[in-house]
Design a protein around this ligand. Structure first.
Ligand code: F6R
Length: 587
């Protein structure tokens, strides 16, 4: 979603801000802007659409070379994407960019209007800017003004703030991430380390309520007016982590990384798998693909570890009246670790006294820091908006956790060590058959509707296959529990409609095969992904049979590649599908 970048140092600030904004493009946005400060003047340039539009405007308007500036990519929430609503916003002496949502913006706006403030945009951000400006007029002290303003704000925010009278950037946050990159006396403000990796890999994490003051002498952080010594964190990521590595899109690059990442992840975790066998009830909570990874975990835990698992999307779970019996474990899954609904679900679980385990990629994220225990999937930066490698590693993490639980409870007697050794090579072999999936893409890319069917764990895989296809190719698709189809939805099956059927669970194989026959009888064109040949005449992809915990890992890449190739043939903006954001930091 929205992205923030800021700079104070010796470089031309507009260059650093543009580099940062380009690096944040992957998060999804619909407008962008920068504000650069020179002596007693702040110049603001905004533009709708791509960062390249902003860059052209900056060149055309001959924007000054200055050493201080802030920039922003906006993903519209309050008000349509236009230049007025784009950030930075200015009220009086204050110029500000904001990530998050100010929930009480309407009430604050009414109060400020009564006090004489005039608003130009429809945004909640301008209200926050006006509030700080309001207190600055009274107090003539920025830190005081910011402290008073944030006391009144409800919702989430990360702010980078300029004041026309000071050669400084102020920054503060709550429930939206913000870091400050450091390199000698240069400082870089960012909502995401990816924005500033070209310049530094060292940074501090700003905690809620802290106010950072950044100027040409470096950085001071205070909380309640007391100076705080902050630890400098070093990331192993580098600017090259943001490269496409010769691939046309990040999505395909990230799928290709899966075998190596799986190998590393197994190696790092095999002797240190979280033991959840002591819990008598498990909730798995996440959003989107992470939720569908969780559903795979649900079926594995229920079948092999004999524990009840509730698996629910975080946006529902956070408001549900679910009970927490003693010994309830809540597993939250998130690539970014910053998904607003998942954070809220985690906080609810903690408040209810449940033990929380996070399966998470970004190690410094809110979810990683607030959960009781963490399983880091170590996927590295995932740039394509549609998740692929992180989803695969989430599934692999759940496979290890479910296997370990069943083993601890002595409910299974087989070992998966040898399979773990084989998996990276098997996944690579599957990915290497990309040309086969391209042929399937050629058959389906002009269709309007596509179905995915499967039962239990195979249905969970279908949900992800269908999501991947629809989000990158914009073809309408649905994943259905195969047995549920004839209770209504089968009426949609027409001649030639593609139906992908996943059949890997032997215990329900025959049942799903019957469902395939039912759709075939109504003219569907079925594609079966299974572990052994069937008697059916449909196009069939046979994947090697492996232990049940790891089996989904041999199916998912096929679905990811079919989605990619289909979107490619349709000429879609694969890495940045319309309306989507990489990290959904608002409710
Ligand atoms: C789909 C996709 C999303 C995310 C979801 C959760 O390809 O990427 O559905 O899985 O927004 O995001 P995280 O995992 O960051 O919490």
């Amino acid at each position: 979603m929205c992205g923030i970048v800021g700079y104070v140092g010796k470089k031309d600030s507009k260059e650093v801000l543009l580099t940062g904004l380009y690096n944040l493009e992957y998060r999804g946005y619909d407008s962008a802007g920068i504000a650069v400060k020179d002596k007693d003047k702040i110049e603001i340039i905004k533009s709708v659409g791509k960062i390249s539009n902003l860059e052209n405007k900056i060149k055309k308007e001959k924007v000054l070379k200055t050493n201080i500036g802030i920039g922003h990519t906006r993903w519209a929430t309050h008000g349509e994407p236009n230049e007025t609503n784009a950030h930075p916003h200015r009220c009086g002496d204050i110029v500000l960019v904001h990530n998050g949502i100010i929930e009480n913006a309407k009430e604050l706006k009414e109060k400020l209007e009564k006090a004489g403030e005039v608003f130009k945009s429809e945004t909640d951000t301008e209200v926050a800017c006006a509030l700080i400006s309001h207190y600055y007029k009274k107090e003539k002290n920025m830190k005081k003004a910011i402290s008073l303003a944030i006391k009144e704000l409800t919702g989430s925010y990360a702010f980078a703030i300029l004041n026309v009278n000071e050669d400084k950037i102020y920054a503060t946050r709550k429930d939206s991430p913000l870091i400050i990159g450091v390199k000698g006396k240069e400082s870089f403000i960012a909502s995401d380390i990816a924005a500033i990796l070209e310049y530094t890999n060292q940074y501090i994490l700003l905690e809620p309520g802290e106010i950072a003051e950044v100027d040409s002498n470096g950085l001071i952080v205070t909380k309640n007016n007391k100076k705080i010594d902050k630890e400098i964190v070093k990331t192993s990521l580098s600017a090259s982590s943001n490269d496409k590595n010769g691939y046309e899109h990040y999505m395909i690059k990230e799928i290709m990384e899966e075998p190596v990442l799986l190998e590393k992840m197994f190696e790092n975790n095999i002797n240190n798998i979280p033991d959840i066998s002591r819990f008598s009830e498990v909730h798995i909570v996440a959003c989107g693909s992470a939720l569908y990874a969780g559903m795979i975990g649900k079926f594995l835990l229920e079948k092999y570890s004999h524990v009840n698992v509730l698996c629910e999307c975080a946006s529902e779970y956070r408001y549900s009246n679910v009970a927490y019996p003693k010994k309830t474990l809540v597993i939250v899954i998130s690539q970014s670790g910053e998904t607003a609904d998942t954070i809220a679900a985690l906080r609810k679980a903690k408040k209810e006294g449940a033990y929380t385990l996070a399966i998470v990629n970004v190690e410094t994220s809110t979810i990683a820091r607030e959960s009781d225990e963490q399983f880091f999937i170590s996927a590295g930066p995932e740039i394509a908006v549609a998740t692929t490698k992180a989803y695969m590693l989430q599934v692999a993490a759940l496979a290890l956790i479910s296997y370990n639980s069943a083993k601890q409870k002595k409910l299974i007697d087989f070992d998966i060590k040898e399979d773990i050794r084989l998996i990276p090579k098997l996944v690579k072999d599957i990915i290497d058959k990309r040309e086969e999936y391209k042929e399937i893409a050629k058959e389906i890319y002009e269709k309007d509707n596509i179905f995915f069917i499967g039962r239990l764990i195979d249905h969970a895989i279908c949900l992800e296959g269908s999501l991947k296809l629809k989000e990158v190719s914009y073809i309408h698709s649905e994943a259905y529990a195969a047995g549920e189809l004839k209770h209504g939805t089968i009426s949609l099956i027409n001649k030639g409609m593609p139906v992908f059927a996943i059949v890997t669970d032997d215990d329900i194989r025959d049942k799903t095969i019957s469902n395939i026959e039912e759709v075939d009888a109504r003219g569907a064109k079925s594609y079966i992904i299974t572990t052994r040949e069937t008697k059916l005449k449909d196009t069939t992809i046979v994947v090697p049979k492996i232990n049940p915990f790891m089996q989904p890992l041999l199916v998912v890449p096929i679905l990811q590649l079919i989605a990619y190739e289909t979107a490619y043939l349709r000429g879609c903006d694969i890495d940045k599908p319309k309306n989507l954001a990489k990290s959904v930091t608002v409710e």
